[in-house]
Design a protein around this ligand. Structure first.
Ligand SMILES: Nc1ncnc2c1ncn2[C@@H]1O[C@H](COP(=O)(O)OP(=O)(O)O)[C@@H](O)[C@H]1O
Ligand SMILES: [Mg+2]
Length: 230
């Protein structure tokens, strides 16, 4: 469903991604790993359209979207949970969700599925985003993507900076979204235990190059030592 073929992405003259290719099938969960600065976020931003690659091609549902504006990619079914959550602090929980709905041109009604995944958010609807805990903000960031009813969800380090009990909750939610929601997921995640638990395949980025890829069973300690340890 998603096919990224040989993309090169830059920030100004800084050449970040080098001929990066990755595929995600419908309903499949693929994890992208790599050290800090490897280009993981840049890869996701290339797929959302926030950074247009200079070379290569990105296809979604068999159609080229390499030059398509970001909001149109969202409308086609690609939603994004950005690193650092990026909740709008001055808007309430409901308003943050409604804004995401507007992004796909849907009515202002927030689908119930959101509160099935995140019952805690229901009692927080009138709260400002900025006063939520880190875990609640992460729930809201995922909820905001889910209200768009995506077929492909891009998630950037959704467990970053969360305490272990909250990590476990988010991990379960990611699994549920993948299995019950029939949504493909491209997950950038540093925690190996999480990746090994949820993903079907992995790809490792090292200084903007894909250096290893395979079914999750091949994410051995050797591979980790070679490409991920500092
Ligand atoms: N907005 C930006 N302008 C210039 N360089 C950037 C920008 N964002 C990231 N970079 C650089 O691009 C490289 C890859 O960054 P990033 O994709 O954020 O890596 P990761 O998510 O794997 O930690 C890093 O060297 C980083 O400093
Ligand atoms: Mg990043």
């Amino acid at each position: 469903m998603l096919r990224v073929s040989g993309i090169d992405t830059y920030y100004g003259t800084s050449h970040i991604l080098h001929e990066v290719s990755i595929e995600v099938d419908a309903g499949e969960m693929v994890s992208v790993l790599g050290r800090n600065g490897a280009g993981k976020t840049t890869l996701l931003r290339s797929i959302t359209g926030e950074r247009l690659p200079r070379l290569g091609r990105i296809e979604f549902d068999g159609k080229t979207i390499s030059k398509l504006a970001s909001h149109l990619r969202t409308r086609r079914g690609i939603s994004y949970v950005p690193q650092g959550r990026q909740i709008i602090s001055d808007l309430t929980v409901s308003e943050n969700l409604e804004l995401a709905l507007l992004g796909v041109g849907k009515s202002r009604r927030i689908p119930d599925v959101v509160y099935e995944y995140f019952p805690a958010l229901r009692s927080l609807t009138g709260r400002k985003g900025g006063v939520l805990s880190g875990g609640q903000q992460q729930q809201l960031a995922i909820a905001r993507a889910l209200v768009q009813e995506p077929r492909l969800l891009l998630m950037d380090e959704p467990t970053e900076g969360l305490q272990p009990s909250v990590v476990a909750e988010i991990q379960e939610i990611i699994k549920r979204i993948g299995s019950e929601h029939n949504c493909a997921i491209l997950l950038v995640e540093q925690r190996l235990d999480v990746v090994r638990d949820v993903a079907r395949r992995f790809a490792i980025l090292d200084t903007g190059h894909i250096v290893a890829t395979g079914p999750i069973g091949e994410l051995s300690d050797d591979v980790v030592r070679k490409h991920l340890q500092v």
